[in-house]
Design a protein around this ligand. Sequence first.
Ligand SMILES: [Fe+2]
Ligand SMILES: [Fe+2]
Length: 388
Amino acid sequence: MVGGVADTCEAVELAPRVWWVGSMLPADRFQCHVYLVEQGDQSVLIDPGSALIADVVIRKVDSIVGVDHVRWLVCSHQDPDIIGALPALHDRGLHPDAKIVTHWRDEALIVHSGTALPFWRIEEHNWRLPLKDRTLQFRFTPYVHFAGAFCTFDEVSGTLFSSDLFGGFSADLSLYASSMAYFESMRAFHEHYMPSREILAHALDQLRDLPMRRIAPQHGQIIPEELIAPLIGQLQQLECGIYLLARDDPGLAFLLGANRTMRDVVETLVRETEFSVVARHLADLAAQNLRVSSLELWARIGNIDLLPVLFDKVILPSVVQVELTDPGAPPTVQTWIADPPTWLQVHETPSRYSGPAFTDGLDEGRQPPSPWPFRSTPICCSWTIGRA
Ligand SMILES: [Fe+2]
Ligand SMILES: [Fe+2]
């Protein structure tokens, strides 16, 4: 049958010549699904499965084409729930030219299973496997959840064999997801097995252009076309892996925020040319990602005339003016403030700022001017004159 309620005791045809040949283990929330693309003596087994279900997989493949017609064994990574069935399949008698289809990063580990099967590397074949009536495309999804992980797309049926991506933990033995409630199964799986939201988002980006009609993951339930877009939308927002750990670790959360800020700063510097716009963006980024309430911009006295070029107004708190005239200040500073430029506006220092504790210990002249009676920019431009 195609779609609907399936009898999982037997192989289930998901689309013409595309079969589910896995096994539902009772009381196992971590079901391992195996798929067959029927191609006569060039048939393809996708993520061949765990040693626990090898006998059932062999029986179901035999019921369709015969294990000896399986020419290609796509292994999306090296986990035991994917390659554990290989010895039994090999012993049963695969096609004489059977090969493991995988990425070199996966091959480096799969060889340690002791398999005698040769390898066919997807990256050396333009990420495509031509078959009798269709071509399988491979999309690299590194670190989701292994460095060499990839998905397989069948162009004819529109089936994405997504491996662990879109997988779910579920006590529900139904083969198909029937509602958005499946996201809760996906949440439990992705939170624990995917390394980070950004890596997950990168993987989802690799699939964006595929005309998917169903997603067949290695765990959980098969996702019908109408649920694909909304489930991807929710998955893109999911905090997982390292971001989940950061919920209880302020230090880690700060490092992640700093990392994100660095990336955004570079993007801002590349995209914007107007300094005042750049400065405003930087202040916004610092506020959003690092919870910093202001930025200090420093200028050397030799470049001080840049200030009126960069900003509409340049305000000097009166207490800073006093500091600059102090006999202990560098002579160049004293000389400069004795004959201030016309663009410099000296304002009386407001009453002491009573904001967050980060200002404690700063001298009076470096307090944020929030109560000032003019429209302030997001930048707290408290500048300090260094040596000329
Ligand atoms: Fe895995
Ligand atoms: Fe898996």
